[in-house]
Design a protein around this ligand. Structure first.
Ligand code: COA
Length: 594
């Protein structure tokens, strides 16, 4: 079918729907709902067989829904209505939630139901939930709805008889934290319900800030509202009965002032911060002890027999210079441990989205910070590429983009959760790219496919990545099960006699590759291009980065999204054959792992 995706932004869920519908043989195009009135004309021009709206903040005009079947993805169970569904679900402490696919009509969220899918609500932040359990439920519901529509005989169910609950926008009045009275559990719930947008508006050190993200602290205590310590760029603040870590804040925009954007809290608060102790993360140094599990750390190491796991959780998947350096230090320590398999990657959500564009934007010298950040991430990738005494497995629990994908490709194997979306390209940020991609990407997918991936700049589903050879294994499991599943697979890998032989062969292979193409030359060639971009004030990178961090709406749908992409035009070759653990989507070989 020709399916047009209408969305307020080409966000993670829209990307996943785009990639997974293409996987199933549909031709897909995107139209962003930007200017008033433009949507009607755009839909007429595309003349699709079906319109799907994975994330739409505005209503579909009557001229559109009366002429085309339009399926709206609502992140709530049947009967739930309003613009802040997930915020309310987390705010109210719901343990079960759902996604409903409705037909657009005159009243928002009131149309006939094409499909609905329940899901669990684990204790995580809203955006993590959205990219995890909600996205899984949404995809399942969209695929059912599309199949029902294609079948032609399904009649969507009217909502008569469904208990309707219309809830308003969840405003700052309800979100506000009462530091003197709110216990840690309430503060964390309020912060999670507001992540990543809009944050919780608060007063801190004489100014107004939106607080982003929140993790309970197990040990530190103080006068409610007082700042107690810093850790890895986050600040710790006392609650009525404990304390929380706040990783990021955003200054409130002043009337007529420049747009503000999120930054690590210590960086944003800067000179306003009183002297505070840096409360070192419990994980480092001190491997293999995982530290105090009741406390928060953005980098952790765990060990189980011959398997080590170095995991991280960076907001937005962004790897600043500081994060890359701390992760490299942890990686080196992990490599000093007597393990034969090392898993790399966070337990949930983003794997990595490459260099930290917000920190770069905020730097006094953005070109210098870009250079420092790219060198730091390259150092990390190089350490992975040159590890020869154990197998390194990238465990990609969630989405990855640009240099973040290339970080995964540096590992010996890449295992990916079925729901992850990969964006293995840089050009939308005006960058040539680094992280040794010119070495790893063509080696994995072949030069022609590598060029197509870079050039088309489209998201790739996990199943699509497996077909291409970009990843080696896809695990069809819930977000909360990924860590345990990869742990079990890694233990099995470590126990196989063939693994020792593989590790021995790795060193020889690495020496052969180094003789053929020295890594230093690869790095220098990439960095020469990158430095030229960073140091050129007229390079589009600077404008694109500014637009990205300040979330400027594009003027028009980007041309590479606005045209229908037919499945036949996709790259598809994985001669070595990967593994799909679980139910195989269309066109993916399903094999038991062993
Ligand atoms: N630096 C800083 N922040 C980043 C980031 C990066 N490299 N990549 C993502 N983020 C942040 C976003 O600003 C957003 O923040 P928010 O929670 O305040 O809204 C959050 O992570 C989620 O990103 P978003 O763009 O909303 O997610 P998405 O799933 O819709 O899109 C990407 C994912 C990866 C396609 C998109 O974020 C992107 O293009 N990132 C930049 C990738 C890049 O060019 N990296 C630099 C080259 S190595």
């Amino acid at each position: 079918m020709r399916i047009l995706l209408v969305a307020s932004a080409f966000n993670s869920l829209t990307q996943r729907v785009h990639a997974e519908l293409r996987d199933r043989g549909h031709a897909v195009a995107v139209e962003l709902a930007l200017a008033e009135g433009a949507l009607t004309e755009a839909v007429r021009r595309h003349d699709p067989q079906l319109v799907v709206a994975p994330m739409l903040r505005t209503a579909i005009p009557e001229e559109v829904w009366s002429a085309y079947t339009c399926l709206i993805v609502h992140p709530g169970p049947p009967g739930d209505r309003g613009p802040s569904s997930l915020d309310w679900a987390i705010h109210d402490g719901a343990e079960e939630w759902g996604v409903t696919v409705l037909q657009a009509d005159a009243e928002m969220d009131a149309g006939d139901v094409w499909a609905t899918m329940p899901c669990r609500v684990p204790p995580v932040a809203k955006s993590d939930l959205y990219r995890g359990e909600i996205a899984d439920a949404a995809l399942a519901a969209v695929l059912v709805a599309v199949a029902r529509f294609a079948d032609g005989s399904y009649a969507p169910r009217p909502q008569d008889g469904t208990a309707v609950r219309v809830r308003p926008y969840l405003g700052q009045g309800v979100r506000r934290i009462d530091w003197a009275a709110d216990p840690t559990a309430t503060v964390v719930r309020k912060l999670r319900a507001a992540d990543s947008q809009p944050g919780v508006l608060d007063e801190l050190l004489g100014a107004e800030w939106y607080l982003h993200g929140g993790h309970p602290e197990g040990v530190l205590r103080g006068r409610p509202g007082e700042l107690l310590a810093t850790r890895a760029g986050a600040v710790c603040r006392a609650t009525a009965d404990g304390a929380v870590w706040i990783p990021e804040v955003r200054a409130r925009r002043l009337p007529g002032g420049p747009p503000t954007f999120k930054l690590p809290a210590v960086l944003a608060l800067g000179d306003l911060l009183p002297p505070l102790p840096e409360h070192a993360p419990p994980v480092l140094p001190g491997l293999p002890d995982d530290g105090d599990p009741s406390s928060w750390a953005d980098i952790r190491y765990r060990e189980d027999g011959a398997v080590g796991r170095l995991s991280w959780s960076f907001p937005g998947g962004a790897m600043s210079t500081d994060r890359c350096r701390r992760l490299l230090a942890a990686y080196r320590e992990a490599c000093a441990r007597p393990t034969s398999v090392l898993l790399l990657g966070g337990e949930r959500d983003f794997f990595s989205n490459g260099i930290h564009l917000n920190v770069i934007e905020a730097a006094a010298d953005s070109a210098a910070e870009s250079r420092a950040n790219i060198e730091a991430i390259d150092d990390l990738v190089e350490a992975v590429l040159t590890t020869t005494d154990r197998l390194v497995v990238a465990a990609v629990a969630g989405n990855a983009a640009a240099g973040g994908v290339m970080l995964a490709l540096a590992a010996d194997e890449v295992w990916c959760r079925a729901g992850a979306v990969l964006n293995p390209h840089y050009r939308l940020m005006g960058l040539y790219g680094s992280e040794y991609w010119t070495h790893t990407l063509p080696r994995r997918v072949g030069p022609a496919a590598a060029e197509r991936l870079m050039d088309r700049a489209l998201p790739v589903s996990a199943a699509g990545a497996l077909r291409l050879g970009l990843v080696d294994r896809v695990l069809d499991c819930a977000p909360g099960a990924f860590a345990a599943e990869t742990g079990a697979l890694a233990a099995h890998l470590a126990s196989r006699p063939a693994t020792a032989a593989r590790i021995t062969a790795k060193k020889t292979e690495q020496q052969r590759r180094e003789a053929e193409t020295p890594l230093a030359a690869v790095r220098e060639a990439e960095l020469t291009r990158m430095r030229a971009t960073f140091d050129d004030p007229a390079a589009p990178y600077h404008t694109l980065r500014h637009a990205f961090v300040t979330k400027r709406r594009p003027d028009a749908t980007p041309p590479h999204l606005a045209r229908f992409v037919s499945p036949a035009s996709q790259t598809s070759s994985n001669p070595s054959g990967g593994r799909f653990t679980g139910t195989a989507p269309h066109g993916v070989p399903s094999r038991p792992h062993g």
